[in-house]
Design a protein. Structure first.
Length: 208
C-alpha cells in the first residue's frame, strides 16, 4: 500500500491510478492470507465461504431484476468506494516519515469531513490505537498527537489539501514542505505473520 508505488510526474495521475497500481499486490496477498487462515481454522474458512455465497446470490438477484439499475446503483458505487478508501492512504501517508512516532500520517481535522467519515480524518491516533472507538478519536488526537506532530500534518480542509496537492504545480512534497525524492522501488514486504505463514497448530486458533 506504500505511496511510492505511483511515480507520475503529474501528481493528479498518482491519485487517479494509485488504487489500480497497489491492488495488484493487495489481492494476491489477501488470497494467500485467506488460504492460510482457512487451513488453520475451518470455522473461519466456512464463514468466509458463507459470506461470499450470500454476496454472489445477492448480486445475481439484483442483476436479474434490473441489470441497468444494478450497474448504476451497485457496481459503480462499489468501485468508487473501493477506489476512495484505498486512495485515502495516498492522502494520509504520501510524503510522511514512516519511521517517525508521530509524523507518519496526515490528519484531516475539519468538522465537516469527520462528521461524514466518523472521525476517520484523525489517522495518526488510529495507527497508535486501531481499536479506539471513533467517537473518542478527536479527544485522543488532541491529547496524544497534536502537541507532538508536525503542524503541516494537521489539515483543517480536505478540499484545500486536494487542490494544493493534486491540481497545483509541484504539489507533491514531504510533510515538512521540502521536495519529495522518491526512493528506489524495492520488493513488497510480506505482511503475513511468520507464525501463520510457517504453520501453527490448529488448536491455536479459537473456534468460538
Amino acid at each position: 500500500m506504500r505511496t511510492t508505488k505511483v511515480r507520475f510526474r503529474i501528481h493528479f495521475f498518482n491519485a487517479l491510478f494509485f488504487m489500480p497500481t497497489v491492488v495488484r499486490a493487495i489481492m494476491p496477498m489477501d488470497a494467500r492470507f485467506s488460504r492460510l487462515m482457512g487451513e488453520k481454522s475451518p470455522r473461519w474458512r466456512n464463514q468466509l465461504r458463507l459470506e461470499w455465497a450470500v454476496y454472489i446470490v445477492f448480486c445475481a438477484v439484483l442483476l436479474l431484476i434490473n441489470w441497468k439499475h444494478f450497474l448504476l446503483y451497485v457496481v459503480i458505487p462499489h468501485q468508487y468506494a473501493a477506489w476512495g478508501i484505498i486512495t485515502m492512504n495516498l492522502l494520509q501517508h504520501d510524503g510522511c516519515d514512516e519511521q517517525s512516532t508521530f509524523n507518519h500520517s496526515r490528519n484531516f481535522i475539519g468538522k465537516a469531513i469527520n462528521w461524514f467519515a466518523f472521525n476517520n480524518g484523525f489517522h495518526t491516533i488510529h495507527h497508535m490505537e486501531p481499536g479506539l472507538h471513533w467517537s473518542l478519536l478527536p479527544a485522543a488526537h488532541a491529547e496524544r498527537v497534536a502537541p507532538f506532530i508536525h503542524p503541516n500534518l494537521n489539515r483543517t480542509s480536505l478540499p484545500g489539501y486536494l487542490w494544493s496537492t493534486f491540481f497545483m504545480p509541484h504539489g507533491r512534497k514531504r510533510y515538512d514542505g521540502t521536495p519529495l525524492v522518491l526512493p528506489p522501488e524495492g520488493p513488497d514486504e510480506d505482511w503475513i505473520s511468520p507464525t501463520l505463514a510457517q504453520g501453527v497448530p490448529r488448536e491455536a486458533f479459537a473456534e468460538t
